[in-house]
Design a protein around this ligand. Structure first.
Ligand SMILES: Nc1ncnc2c1ncn2[C@@H]1O[C@H](COP(=O)(O)OP(=O)(O)OP(=O)(O)O)[C@@H](O)[C@H]1O
Ligand SMILES: [Mg+2]
Length: 171
């Protein structure tokens, strides 16, 4: 493939949209994507209260192979998950109540974001300046009580590859 053609096809692949009906379908979507995650991946889960960030995270962790189920990170900022396959960790972080970068430092967020583990962030807007350039940004919109639209946008090469893998899964 010539560089120009590659650039064009990457542009085509840079966004994927999926609509789910019901929380179980969202968990399934998360599971598909979760199974594709590699160390160093950073997923930003963006959406209003009750949009389905935690529901998607639950599926992502399941697909990744987490030993413990995801719970809503209400009082704890970070949940650290392990899996049987290897020593990789999956961090599920709720940034809702982080007021500043100093707050983010107290939970070691920068180390998580630059390490070799997987990071799922709820309310990523709160820590925008700390986010790596290469990331997957998933916007969740509430269409009605039961229906959500997920728009995944990849920034950077590694997450573009992840999104391309996902496209072949959800076809
Ligand atoms: N298609 C759907 N996908 C996901 N959740 C859905 C869907 N339809 C209905 N729901 C409901 O929406 C709610 C989503 O809650 P969830 O805790 O995942 O939201 P959240 O974005 O994490 O909110 P918060 O900002 O409070 O952390 C659940 O009650 C779930 O049952
Ligand atoms: Mg949540």
């Amino acid at each position: 493939m010539t560089p120009n053609v590659r650039a064009f096809s990457e542009a085509l692949m840079s966004s994927v949209e999926v609509v789910t009906h019901g929380v179980d379908a969202t968990t399934q979507l998360g599971q598909h994507l979760g199974a594709l995650l590699r160390g160093g991946d950073v997923l930003c889960l963006s959406g209003d209260l009750g949009a389905g960030k935690t529901a998607l995270a639950r599926g992502l962790a399941l697909g990744w192979g987490a030993l413990e189920p995801v719970s809503s990170p209400t009082f704890v900022f970070v949940h650290e998950h392990r899996r049987r396959a290897d020593a990789q960790r999956l961090y599920h972080v709720d940034c809702y109540r982080l007021q500043s970068e100093a707050d983010a430092a107290t939970i070691g967020l920068e180390d998580m974001l630059t390490g070799e583990d997987v990071v799922l962030l709820e309310w990523p807007e709160q820590v925008e300046s700390l986010l790596p350039a290469d990331r997957l940004w998933i916007s969740i919109e509430t269409l009605d009580d039961n229906t959500r639209r997920f728009t995944a946008e990849a920034v950077g090469k590694r997450h573009l590859a992840l999104l391309t893998d996902l496209q072949t899964q959800v076809k």
